[in-house]
Design a protein around this ligand. Structure first.
Ligand code: ATP
Ligand code: MG
Length: 563
């Protein structure tokens, strides 16, 4: 390999890949083990998708393995519903944890035993300060903390109290177990953080077995150690927690030492991502549940018709960095469009129908025209579509008094009907209010298939459906959930930027007959209109309901060209 191509390759690795390659090269690890550790307190969103793709993707790339571990240490907020949805989401993205499904709650006994060990080593103590006092004693960034009066409790007394905590002798909030580290540390996380709290709450998996629960900062590093995780990848907010992470592993005397590595979380324009905000959108009825197709949840984008491969591609393209940035929503849509362009079959649907009568076409005649299913994929084959004297075209494809550059239909103008014929508008029929209700056209029989051999050119091409063969249906158009790039940037309340028109039901759309047989959960392109998806939650076999996945106009590609 030449020097320059080696440099090229090095440059294209992100910093986590480099760390892994070094660890494999030096023999620090012979294979890598990563994990995705969601807290089952909500549905996963596209930010989690990035973390899933990163963790499972690295394991795949380096022939290691990736665990799915539920961080279920917070009994009150967690539900089985979330556990199930999270598993479904990871699988949908195309990843497999195989037999490596774990729950932090499975380690409760082991974690408890290590807590007793810490007490015996003089590295943890039971504290009776109130939460307000704990806060006050902790100090600030500029002021060192001071020791709790309980800090010097004897080992025996600590053990006794901790065992009583566990036995359920005390009400919630009366005691906590704290690590004994350094009340003067410049890192507030190291000023004797809590390891255990009392919570008389039933846990979805352990029931009422426990009334004390370990804290995240204690559970997480030890779970990583127990499972032999080599690279524990998390978001940047945890950078300041890393010394505590290491402290827990070292003091536990557990032989395996995992390494925490932080990267910048994904932020997306026009999107809110925190579970709390998403939960509010659901609770307050702004959306129709966690899997509303407008939601940035994985279940939402799945129902919207985003293909999993597009999410993996997106995740790859945005890369992994150490500094915060916000990714343009248009890039996500670009990735979706790129995938669908190759995979989605085409069909014709008229969303705002205007009737057209072909006056020189025989009244009872129906003919079937060949239409390719996907010009990007010859293997997708073709279908026949019926053509007859009465058709529908899109109302916006006609103008009675067109401006100069309007190439679609207008009186006296000729256009192409896709896959069919050239037609020329001869008459405009209006109702009493002057609204156009019907067009009369003539067709040129010599233009069958949509072209002639006399070299005649027509600029406009419209999609259409045969009036008597089309079937009528509502089509749902979704737009962005928020109207500003950073929801709430101006007023501080993201709901102020909620897009009230983010869902529009378009009644009376006229769809080509073949669409009727679309199975639930299938992507299609409505020619000239965008990519649509037969909503898997409401479609029935033989009765699909189409929702819009994304439009055809690629704002991302346009931006890239301009820059
Ligand atoms: P949120 O803050 O959005 O409510 P969370 O961080 O509380 O999410 P967890 O269930 O704790 O959600 O996260 C599981 C994993 O997903 C963690 O490793 C976390 O770092 C990662 N993760 C969460 N949000 C993002 C994001 N926006 N970008 C990348 N990774 C993320
Ligand atoms: Mg969290």
């Amino acid at each position: 390999m030449s020097e320059s191509s080696r440099n090229q390759e090095e440059r294209s690795l992100h910093f986590i890949q480099r760390i892994i390659e070094d660890d494999l090269a030096t023999g620090k690890h012979t294979s890598i083990v990563t994990r995705f550790p969601p807290e089952p307190n909500g549905y996963l969103h596209i930010g989690h998708a990035k973390s899933i793709c990163l963790n499972f993707g690295l394991a795949e790339a380096y022939q290691g393995r990736c665990h799915l571990r539920f961080d279920d240490t917070n009994p009150e907020k967690e539900e089985m519903e979330y556990i199930e949805s999270i598993q479904k989401d990871v699988q949908w993205l195309g990843f497999d944890w195989k037999e490596h499904l774990y729950f932090a709650s499975d380690y409760f006994q082991q974690l408890y035993d290590i807590a007793e060990l810490l007490i015996k080593k003089g590295k943890a103590y039971v504290d009776s300060l109130t939460p307000e006092e704990v806060k006050e004693y902790r100090g600030t960034l500029t002021k060192p903390g001071r020791p709790s009066p309980d800090r010097e409790r004897s080992v025996e007394e600590n053990l006794d109290l901790f065992r009583s905590m566990r036995a359920g002798d005390f009400p919630d909030g009366t005691y906590v177990l704290r690590a004994k580290i350094d009340m003067e540390s410049p890192n507030l996380n190291m000023r004797d953080p809590a390891l255990y709290r009392i919570k008389h709450a039933s846990h979805p998996r352990t029931g009422s077995q426990w009334c004390i629960y370990p804290m995240y900062d204690y559970t997480h590093p030890l779970s990583d150690a127990f499972e032999g995780i080599t690279h524990s990848i998390c978001t940047l907010e945890f950078e300041d927690h890393r010394p505590l992470y290491d402290w827990c592993v070292i003091e536990s005397e557990f032989p395996h030492q995992p390494r925490q590595i932080e990267f910048a979380r994904l932020n997306l324009t026009y999107t809110v991502m925190s579970k709390r905000r998403l939960l509010n959108l659901v609770r307050d009825g702004h959306v129709e549940g966690w899997s509303d197709p407008r939601m940035p949840t994985i279940s939402g984008i799945r129902r919207r018709g985003y293909p999993p491969q597009a999410i993996r591609d997106f995740s790859e393209r945005i890369g992994v960095a150490k500094t915060y940035s916000t990714v343009d929503f248009a890039l996500l849509e670009h990735c979706v469009r790129e995938d669908l362009n190759i995979h989605a079959p085409r069909a014709m649907a008229v969303l705002d129908p205007l009737k057209v009568v072909i006056t020189n076409y025989p009244e009872d005649q129906v003919e079937f025209l060949e239409a390719d299913n996907n010009p990007e994929d010859p293997s997708a084959g073709s279908r026949s579509i019926p053509f007859s004297r009465e058709l529908f075209i899109e109302r916006e494809d006609f103008m009675e008094h067109p401006p100069k550059k309007f190439f679609r239909l207008s009186p006296g103008k000729e256009i192409r009907l896709k896959h069919a014929y050239y037609v020329t508008c001869t008459d405009v029929v209006k109702d009493d209010e002057g609204t156009v209700i019907e067009l009369h056209c003539t067709y040129d029989p010599a233009s069958r298939g949509g072209w002639t051999d006399d070299g005649r050119k027509v600029k406009g091409t419209s999609h259409w459906v045969s009036a008597s063969h089309a079937w009528e249906s509502d089509v749902i158009i979704y737009d962005k959930l928020f109207t500003s790039e950073v929801p709430g940037a101006e007023t501080g309340d993201y709901l102020d930027d909620f897009n009230p028109d983010s869902k529009q039901v378009i009644p009376g759309c006229k769809l080509e007959p073949s669409l009727k047989e679309t199975a639930p959960g299938t992507n299609v392109q409505f020619l000239r209109k965008g990519y649509f998806f037969s909503d898997p939650d409401v479609s029935q076999p033989g009765n699909p309901v189409f929702i819009k996945t994304v439009g055809l106009k690629d704002t991302w590609a346009k931006k890239m060209k301009q820059s």
